[in-house]
Design a protein around this ligand. Structure first.
Ligand code: CA
Ligand code: CA
Ligand code: CA
Length: 308
């Protein structure tokens, strides 16, 4: 096996911690070309301590671009993740900066994650920022594209905040969409629910389906409690509901209507039914149908909620 490495940097590059994190990303340099593999390398003490992420061509290991941090000491480049969060077929990436202090929120080391979307022609102009929730939580210490957990065509992102909740830790799940990651997390996992500490210090997911239910699962490291938590994805059920109203004219006049609509163009004055109170009312039967679809589902769902 040939040893290939990048050139050594100048002495000024010492102690910048190049190689603190790494990821491989496919980039399409021109519209008429196939994507090529590039390497992202985190350097959290680079660029005079703001941190930087270097993009190298995968074949030649030559630097082609740098992404620079915005705050000294934020550890921009501590963690890296690659995924296609807006489902356009081009890989995007995320940079964690867990020691970022948010002046607007007056929080110290609350952390920040930068989501960077790839466009055609190696263009990364669209950035998206996700912030941690409080002091010393260190949101962005781990970032991981956990694949398309709900199989809707957009990759999901997990971000660890390992020192939130007095050191118990949290992990945020952000869902992808056509316009990129949805800023409000769809789920927050709490280390306290698993008896864990520093939960979210490391995250790995999107590659394996441990329980064979057709959906990828996630591993979350919690080294302060000497534990790893395996999170199994639940199956996603798409439910379609339809209601048909029978207006009580011998089944001859069946109208379809959405829930909550009267759907009636018939004469409601024909009151041929009685309530328990003795009041006479218009007869109205209805038929409710529910259909479910999804990957890996059985013919019968154990917990299938009835419509009414
Ligand atoms: Ca994309
Ligand atoms: Ca998805
Ligand atoms: Ca699974």
């Amino acid at each position: 096996m040939d040893l290939i490495s990048s050139e050594s940097s100048a002495d000024s590059g010492d102690d910048q911690y190049l190689g603190y994190s790494m990821a491989v990303i496919k980039i399409r340099q021109r519209r008429d070309r196939q994507p090529e593999e590039f390497v992202l390398v985190g350097t959290p003490r680079g660029n005079n301590l703001t941190g930087e992420v270097v993009l190298l061509h995968g074949r030649y290991l030559k630097e082609v671009r740098k992404f620079l941090g915005e705050q000294i000491g934020s550890y921009f480049g501590h963690a890296l993740a690659v995924g296609d969060f807006n489902g356009d077929g081009l890989e995007d990436f995320v940079i964690g900066a867990p020691l970022f202090s948010n002046k607007k929120l007056a929080t110290h080391e609350s952390g920040r994650a930068y989501v960077i979307y790839q466009n055609e022609n190696q263009n990364f102009r669209q950035w998206h920022i996700l912030d941690g929730s409080g002091h010393f939580g260190r949101f962005g210490a781990a970032v991981s594209s956990v694949g398309d957990l709900d199989l809707d065509g957009y990759d999901e992102l997990c971000v660890g905040e390992p020192y939130a909740d007095d050191g118990r830790g949290r992990v945020y799940l952000f869902r992808g969409s056509a316009s990129g990651l949805i800023e409000t997390p769809s789920q927050i996992l709490h280390g306290s629910d698993y008896g864990a500490r520093s939960f979210g210090f490391s995250i790995r997911g999107g590659e394996k389906d441990f329980d064979g239910n057709g959906y990828p699962d996630v591993l979350i490291g919690a080294p302060d409690s000497d534990s790893v938590v395996a999170i199994r994805s639940k199956q996603v059920v798409h439910l379609e509901t339809r209601v048909q109203f029978d207006l009580g004219f011998g089944g001859r006049q069946i109208k379809q209507a959405a829930v909550g609509e009267s759907g009636s163009e018939e004469d409601p004055s024909e009151m041929q039914c009685y309530l328990n109170t003795g009041d006479q009312v218009t007869c109205m039967d209805f038929v409710a149908c529910q259909k479910y679809t999804g990957i890996g589902l059985s013919d019968r769902l154990r917990k299938f909620s009835p419509l009414l």
